[in-house]
Structure formats: structure tokens, C-alpha cells
Design a protein around this ligand. Structure first.
Ligand SMILES: NC(=O)c1ccc[n+]([C@@H]2O[C@H](COP(=O)([O-])OP(=O)(O)OC[C@H]3O[C@@H](n4cnc5c(N)ncnc54)[C@H](OP(=O)(O)O)[C@@H]3O)[C@@H](O)[C@H]2O)c1
Length: 226
């Protein structure tokens, strides 16, 4: 009998992360999904997936989960947790704490998570997918809104590219993803896509990661300039 594949969803209690957990579980994967507050993760509990505690902005929390999962083979790692931060329309100063939170969550967290789970994903010769955003694309930028978020996702893309160069040598495929504009707490009610549509598209991209390694793609598989 073939062993089920394992998907680790980092930031899986709502929005796109929850939808990834739902779709991978429905597809027969063993799903490990994280939440900052596992006791409140009712939707994940309903799915019957393994729930683990993780705050991606805290080194000790990442280390604790890494130790707990040591030796496990992970076929798909979804680095999803992210925050938007200050919603400015144009360039504007902001509190250092607000800026730091965005950078720590969207950039430093994913860097640490890459290192923490590299062995697990290498063991499966699996895929690491990072939830970036088109707003981090310098090549297509046409607005200065949400500058902390834009800067963080551009920096995340540099982390992803660097990870692809290192981990590619160990058989790990690494991609940066833009989910589209999606109706979640972050995307808001006017967004054009449902989480179901967005995640189905991104999972298709992830399935083709061996051809897409080291690149930045939207939910339809179209390449986005860095
Ligand atoms: N929705 C869109 O249109 C859109 C577009 C482009 C890119 N994205 C990206 O897609 C990803 C998911 O977005 P979403 O729309 O699903 O956002 P969301 O609805 O705001 O959900 C964000 C998720 O990240 C988790 N999270 C935030 N900070 C965390 C931390 N320090 N530690 C652990 N978990 C943390 C949240 O957990 P809590 O419940 O504990 O806060 C929640 O599960 C993000 O990286 C976002 O930047 C979204």
C-alpha cells in the first residue's frame, strides 16, 4: 500500500491556509496545519487534521515545532502566514513596531521556517511554496499603497530565490506564489476569487513545481516578474 503524502500548512486556521488544509485533506494527504491558538482552531478540528501550535514571528515557537516534527518526511510545505500591516494609500511614515511586525512575519519568519523544515522536505524531495503577492513585484509595481507589505513581499521573494538555489541541490522544489485577489479577511469582500478557486489553482502550480522551480507565479501558473 502506498503511504499517504504529508502537507504541512504554516498558518492554517483561516483564509487561504485553511483552504489548503481542506483541499489537501480531501485529496488524501496527511495534513499538519498550524495555528497560533490551536484551542480556537475549530474549523481545522472539524477537518480532522493534525493541529500544531506555531507563531511564525517567534524563533522559539519555530524551533519547538521543528523539534517535534524532526525526522518526518514532508512532501508539500505551504508557508502561508502573513500580515498586511499599515494600509497607507501613498508613501508615508509609520510606527517602527508596525513595520517590524510586517517584516518579522512576512520575511524573517519564512527564512527561519525554510531552515527549520529543510531536512523534512528534502527527505521527501518535496516542494516548498511561499505565499508572496503580486504587490511585491517591483517589475510590475504601479501603486505605492501598502508600502510595508510590498517591501516585505519583495524581500520574501529574495528569500525564496535564495532558498531555491540552496535547496534545489537537495532535490527540493521551491516556488513563490501570488494567490490572486481572494475573498479572505486580508483580501476583503470585493476580491475577485474565492479561496476554493485560488487554492485549486495554486495546487496545480505546486504539482508542476519541478518545471517551475525558483520562479514567481500566480494562481493560473503565469510567471510574474520579480
Ligand atoms: N487574500 C489575498 O487577496 C492575498 C493576495 C496576495 C497574497 N496573499 C497572501 O496569502 C497569505 C494568506 O493570506 P489570507 O488572505 O489567507 O490572509 P488572512 O485571512 O489574513 O489569514 C492570515 C493567516 O496568517 C496567520 N498568521 C498571521 N501572522 C501569524 C503569525 N505570526 N504566526 C502564525 N500565523 C500567523 C493568521 O493566523 P491568526 O488567525 O492567528 O491571525 C491567519 O491564519 C498571506 O501570506 C498573504 O500575504 C493574500
Amino acid at each position: 500500500m502506498q503511504m499517504a503524502k504529508t502537507a504541512l500548512i504554516l498558518g492554517g486556521n483561516r483564509g487561504l491556509g485553511l483552504e489548503f488544509a481542506r483541499q489537501y485533506a480531501a485529496d488524501g494527504f496527511d495534513v499538519i496545519a498550524t495555528s497560533r491558538r490551536p484551542a480556537e482552531a475549530a474549523e481545522l478540528r472539524r477537518l480532522g487534521v493534525q493541529i500544531e501550535a506555531l507563531d511564525t514571528s517567534t524563533a522559539s515557537s519555530i524551533e519547538a515545532l521543528s523539534k517535534k516534527l524532526a525526522g518526518e518526511s514532508i512532501d508539500v510545505l505551504i508557508c502561508n502566514a502573513g500580515v498586511y500591516g499599515p494600509r497607507n494609500d501613498q508613501l508615508t511614515d509609520m510606527h517602527s513596531e508596525d513595520f517590524d511586525l510586517v517584516m518579522r512575519t512576512n520575511v524573517l519568519g519564512p527564512l527561519r521556517l525554510t531552515l527549520a523544515f529543510a531536512d523534512n522536505v528534502a527527505k521527501a524531495r518535496g516542494v516548498m511554496a511561499f505565499l508572496s503577492s503580486r504587490m511585491g513585484s517591483i517589475g510590475t509595481m504601479s501603486s505605492s499603497s501598502g508600502i510595508a507589505y510590498r517591501a516585505s513581499k519583495a524581500a520574501l521573494n529574495a528569500v525564496v530565490k535564495a532558498a531555491s538555489l540552496e535547496l534545489g541541490k537537495r532535490g527540493v522544489r521551491v516556488v513563490s506564489l501570488h494567490p490572486g485577489w481572494v475573498r479572505t479577511d486580508m483580501g476583503g469582500p470585493s476580491a475577485t476569487l474565492t479561496p476554493t478557486e485560488s487554492v485549486a489553482g495554486m495546487r496545480h502550480v505546486i504539482d508542476n513545481a519541478s518545471d517551475l522551480h525558483g520562479g514567481f507565479y500566480d494562481n493560473t501558473g503565469a510567471s510574474i516578474p520579480w
